[in-house]
Design a protein. Structure first.
Length: 148
């Protein structure tokens, strides 16, 4: 499966950004959302489902992430983040298309939230740094459950 065309991450090293072509000469991988290649099966299944039913994504974003023309273009609920009253973990990759600055804005807007930045990741820290991500999530959920 060819990765979707969207913003390229700068995760890892410049070598991880090189284009790789398969026997057909078609582009098989360029680092867009993740420096991983091949993508894990669960990521491929997600993009296959999006390709089968793109209506919601295209309505919200538009046909390309390079130029957002959908309903999310002007959507901003930053002023409503303070209303979130549940334990919240905000995660971001160092090279995430949802930049660390955006994650910081979300974190500062949600009272009592926690923020973790994954230094070797782009948009899919849960896949790129899976073990570290699971550790952070397990720790967060254990602390939340201990308070219940």
């Amino acid at each position: 499966m060819e990765p979707p065309r969207c913003r390229r991450s700068r995760a890892r090293s410049p070598r991880s950004l090189r284009r790789r072509s398969g026997p057909s000469g078609k582009l098989e991988s360029t680092t867009f959302l993740s420096a991983l290649w091949p993508w894990p099966d669960y990521v491929n299944r997600t993009f296959a489902q999006l390709a089968e039913n793109p209506e919601v994504y295209h309505t919200m974003n538009g046909p390309s992430e390079f130029y957002v023309v959908g309903t999310l273009r002007e959507w901003d609920i930053t002023d409503r983040l303070g209303g979130i009253q549940v334990p919240t973990l905000v995660t971001s990759g160092r090279y995430d298309e949802a930049t660390p600055a955006i994650a910081e804005t979300v974190h500062r807007g949600i009272p009592g939230s926690e923020q973790v930045l994954f230094e070797q990741s782009s948009h899919m820290a849960h896949a790129e740094e899976a073990e570290a991500y699971r550790g952070v999530l397990d720790d967060f959920l254990s602390r939340v459950e201990a308070r219940i």
